[in-house]
Ligand binder design. Sequence first.
Ligand SMILES: [Fe+2]
Length: 397
Amino acid sequence: MDEYTFSFPIWVEFGTGASGKVGEIAETQGWDRAVIVTDPGIVEAGLTDGIVDALETAGIAYDLSDGVRPNPTVSMVEETAETIEASGADFVVAVGGGSVMDVGKTASMLVTNGGTVADYEVVTDEDVVAEPVENHPVPLVTVPTTAGTGSEVDFWAVITDTEREFKMALGQPPLYPGGPYLGASVSLVDPALTESLPPRQTAATGFDALSHALENYVSAVSPPLVTPMALHVMELIAEYLPEAYHDGTMEAREHVMFAAHLAGMGENLAGFGAIHSLAEVTGAMYPDIPHGEAIAIFTPAVMEFNRTAIPERYRDVAAALGEDVEGLSVEEAARRAVEAVEDLMDELDLPSRLRDVGVAEEDLRTIAEKSMATSEIGDNPREADADDLLEIARNSY
Ligand SMILES: [Fe+2]
């Protein structure tokens, strides 16, 4: 795949070796002290080594903050923000998956804007933020080590409030050109960092990217410019994720990483829906379930619920996923989209039932009710109430 550099307002470098540019980029910006935000598994896998080398070569001092865990919490953000403040760093490098990057984004924003994490929760579509992000965050460089979340370039973060057992969506897109936002300043997307990602995580995170494009494409609030991006993401994932999962070839991994990255950009322009509502609520209640696996489990039942409301869109999804829809009725073609996703999940050995990942049947009603309080549910293409979501959760059990 071609390497490229562009700015949208995040400065993006895509390509093998991109993560090694962190030192020279810091030099061009005049930054001279960093905090590396990560998790212990990333350090152990050697994925921070290239970053450390690049910083040392550029003569940049750094501290390591490696307290992030999956499904990150408010206290992890607060600890990271304290480390950034105490170190006197003038930039932050978040190296890891969505959890690490979301903590890096939120902590960098909190240091310059103050308040609590919950102050920035997106409550509804109309009420974009409770507290606007008024100051630029501490400059942040995101370096993804999975190909899935798109967090490296989106203007959102998902942080769990453990008291409420609820995942807060935090965020603010740029309010005006050059204005402050919750997000990275630079994103170094380096497919080589996904080379050692185990098959199970490759499948789950890649499927998450597919779900972003799918929800963006069918969402009631997505502008038309999302259409070609989302369809291309779905085509790439259907074509290359099985190979990335089974064989781990770099060619397949590059395409999946590009797809996930493109989907991340789409997330800034488009809405989500019931898949993310249900999966995020489940992830907050059961933090051991990886986000991408929770997403996979709910996807077929949500698609089944939505497809009759917008069958033409689902026909397009089926075609993007490689189904031959020539000559089929719209309804039949839409049904093929659900089947194609189920086939892909089988191929990737993803879990398809809540019971298989340890969810208690008596929690289904709570999951449905809490999902109604998420900001994403209002973007679902078919209006859903708590009873509808309970039915979906039962169908996913
Ligand atoms: Fe997601």
